[in-house]
Structures are given as structure tokens and as C-alpha cells.
Design a protein around this ligand. Sequence first.
Ligand code: ATP
Length: 369
Amino acid sequence: MAEIRLEKLTKHFDEVRAVDGLDLVAEHGSFIALLGPSGCGKTTTMNMIAGLERPTAGEIYFDDFPVSGLGPEKRSVGFVFQNYAIFTHMTVYENLAFGLRMRKPRPPKDEIDREVRAVARTVGLSEQLERRVTRLSVNDLQKAALGRSMIVRPAIFLLDEPFSNLDASFRAYMRAELKRIQHEIGQTMVYVTHDQVEAMGMADRIAVMDRGQLQQYGTPDELYNRPENRFVANFIGSVLNNFLPVVPEASGAGVVVRVTGTGSKPIDVSDRKVPLAERAGAGLPLTLMVRPEKVRLVGPDADEALVRGSITAIEPLGATDVIHLRLDGADIRSVARPDAPLRVGDNVGIAFEAADVHLFDDETEHAIR
Ligand code: ATP
């Protein structure tokens, strides 16, 4: 086990700031995800942790020991990549045993055998040990790649989109398996993905990156319920999130917002701090975000309806339906049970709680709490 600490970690490729002043701590035995869109610098960060890429500036510490000057072989890091690091001419057994056989001094045969069988059990390949890897399914191939990295017990485990070649149901299975394995072996894991569902489901903490910079580092719950900026709010969530322009207004001692151009009822946001009151005075616009699963559909004339809209499409996802709604000047989405009596063209009232409203400054894109 080891703690990983990144301090002002930076990598430039000529003009491109692939990673820009990244500060991050992955505690001993924790499972963290690097999450962000393509090109945000996830892989470059991973390669620097592994020692495959030298930082332009900043430092990486493993348990307070600076490692930037060390080659990859000196770092006790195990990798699993999207392209399986597997020897295709060997059996599963030989692949698993490889890391131990390369050790100097080489461990005794029976010890290697014990370890190979234990790891095969952990990753679920006990029945396949004598198979050549060319005869394995894509799914088992990735299990073999995982087992091969695990067997040498690296202090740190790095996984770069390891499941992206797997089919959807097996990917879900492997996510749960990996979480179980991580819990069992207790090693620090860093997992790179652009898939927020994957990150949210597995990681203890997630580092959301955009254009080489850290946007927020927090637990799945923090990212979902307390996004620090508009980018994070938008990136987290399985259905396209709802962003609406609003104008703050002073109301008695407090502040309310109304959705622009829809004749909306006021939403009391007096619990949000300082800049709101100033903004209300100046009438400066803000952006409101409410997650689709927090939007309720009620009768168009119901008291709780904040705005009215109409249903433009219903997208069935199986367990739920995504309801697409048009307001006066904006489109939003809600989530409903498939048996809800809703039809395209229905006029509905749209309700949500003030507590579920996130507000963002239009200039800085930071959350106003
Ligand atoms: P993806 O999910 O597509 O792999 P990523 O988030 O892992 O994306 P990186 O691969 O780290 O992003 O790339 C970050 C930026 O650095 C991109 O703009 C990329 O084009 C650039 N980059 C990465 N490696 C190099 C390189 N060897 N030479 C030049 N530019 C590079």
C-alpha cells in the first residue's frame, strides 16, 4: 500500500498544457478515479505516476518519497490498460506466473504455483489456467491482464479504461468485481475513465479534470450534491442535466430567482450566500441547474408548479423514462416511472425543491452556495 501525492504536477507538450498544476492525494488503500472528457489529461497524469512520462514541473510522492527521478521499474506500480498487456503465446497460468518468474531471486516453484492459483481464484480464472490466452473470450482476457498485474503485489495499481473493450453487461460485472478485489487486496488504485457512471460506481473519491486542470476532487456524493462549478455539475449525472437562465430578485430580507422568460413563480434561495444579494440588486443573470431526477411533473395549475411546459418526447430506458419538456425558451428533462400517465403533447406543471437547485455565476461558472 502507498499514498500517492501529486504536487503542482504539470506536463506540457510544446504548446499543449496536457496537465496543469495538479494537486491530489490518494490515501493508502483508497480507490480513486481520474474522470474527464477525452484530452483532459487523464492518461498523461497516469503515465507520470507510472514513470512512463517525465513531468515538466511539480512532484509525485509515494509515501512522502519523491519518485519523479525513478524509472517505472523502480516504482512498484502495476498497470492494466485497455489493450491487454498479455503474452498471447502463453497459457493463462504462464501469464500469471510471469511476474514472479522474472523476480530475482526467483521464488520457489511451489510458492509461484500457490500464488498463481490464489490470484486465479480472485479474478475468476481457476478453470482456465491451462488455456492459451488466444482461446479466451475478451472478458477473460481482461481478467488475465488484471491477475497478471496483481500477482506481483504492486504498492499502487493503475488502470486506464481497462473495461472499455468489454460488452456492457460484462463491464458492469467487472466493475463490481474490481471493487471487490480492491477491497480484498487493499491496494491504492487509480482508475482512469471518461465514464462518470463507472467512476461514481467504483471510486472512493473522484478527480474531475478538464483541459489539464483539476475541477473538483471529492466523493461521488460531493460531486453529485455539491458540484463546485458548472463543468462538474454538467459532467456528473446519467441523464443530460437541466440548466436554466434565472434572474435573482430581492424579496423582503431574502432573495428569490425566477426562470427567465417563462412567467415562473419565485424560488426562494435566501440560504445562498453573499454574492446573490449583490446580484439581485444589480439584476445580474445566473444559471440554475436542477437534476432531471429532482424535477417533478404536476398538473399545469397545481400550486406547486413553478413553471409550465409541455412534453416533447418520452425516452424509455427500461426502469425509468426520460421525459423531455419544452418551457418558454428552454428545454429540460425529467425522469418518471414507465407507468406514469404521460403522453407527448401533454401540458404539465414543473416543480422542484429550492434545496435541489444549484446556482452558478455566469462569469466565473463557480457554484453559489
Ligand atoms: P483520452 O481519454 O482521449 O486518452 P486523456 O484525458 O487521457 O484523453 P491525454 O491523453 O492525457 O488526455 O492528453 C491530454 C492532452 O495532451 C491532449 O491534448 C493530447 O493531445 C496531448 N498529448 C498527450 N500526449 C501527447 C504527446 N505525446 N505529444 C503531444 N501531445 C500529447
